[in-house]
Design a protein around this ligand. Sequence first.
Ligand code: ADP
Length: 316
Amino acid sequence: MIQAQSLTKYFGLLPAIQDVTFSVEPGEIVGFLGPNGAGKSTTMRILSCVLLPTSGQATVAGYDVHRHSLEVRRRLGYFPENLSLYPEMSAERYLYFVAEMKGVKKQQRRPRVDDVVEKLGLEQVTKRSVGHLSKGYRQRVGLAQALLNEPEVLILDEPTMGLDPEQAAEFRTLIRGMGGERTILLSTHTLSEVQAICDRVIIIHHGRLLALDTPGQLAGRLQRVSETLLHVRGPRAEVLRGLEQIPGVLRVREESRIDDGASAYVVEAERIPDIRPILGDTVIRAGWKILLMSPRAMDLEEIFLRLVAEEEGSRS
Ligand code: ADP
């Protein structure tokens, strides 16, 4: 549904993005993740026909963003990083205005505006001027305008930026709910956000694509060491020693005491083979009690730092 092929964009002599290639399948929610200045907005602006690439091609919904930009715009909802709303217009007036700009036929404007107002919970504020709305409501108006043409593809540039945590969570639920029905590419520099809502994640740094995978696969690929959380009731020093002696175990630390002589331990071990059956056997054979055992997943924060370090290592 979205194809980017070797996209490169120079501003003067400086490359903002270089050789960026990826695709987004119909109904997928893909997160574009990277620090400020990584090239997320530049890529999204190219895909939204706002900016021409220096080289490379892209198609959205099967149409070339350069040669068939009108067809692309018809099928696309774009939420730019700095959405310029007209502060003195009422939210409703603004949405009508955008509907007109997007070429929504006159008789369809009211049902479309009513529909996005309902979807985004804007009923209370339709008569208020956009400039007086809270940040949360302004973001919703921004998303509402992107949805007015019932787009197949949504490109959302930092849609939760500036929202408080509660508003951001609400917004994420809303976006998640649109997956399957629409194809969504959204950018963020909040790692937990892609983990919460995205099927796949593209990591970009210094204008280059570092990785494209599911959040889970990425964690798995990078995690050479497994971490297992273990709650065991037994004499602490002995438990620690017993676990440390298992072949393949690299490190054991007691994370916290629980109750009644039980503690939480984190066991770091080589990923292959799976150490968990041996951990269980060891505890049982020693006559201690196992209260809980669960794998600990690496979060995207760690993945990102590791990828960046690997990339920087390979360049120096
Ligand atoms: P991100 O969205 O990941 O924060 P951007 O795509 O906005 O990153 O920026 C990527 C790089 O391109 C940055 O170094 C930025 O300064 C530069 N850049 C972006 N837009 C322009 C522009 N219009 N003129 C000059 N440089 C730009």
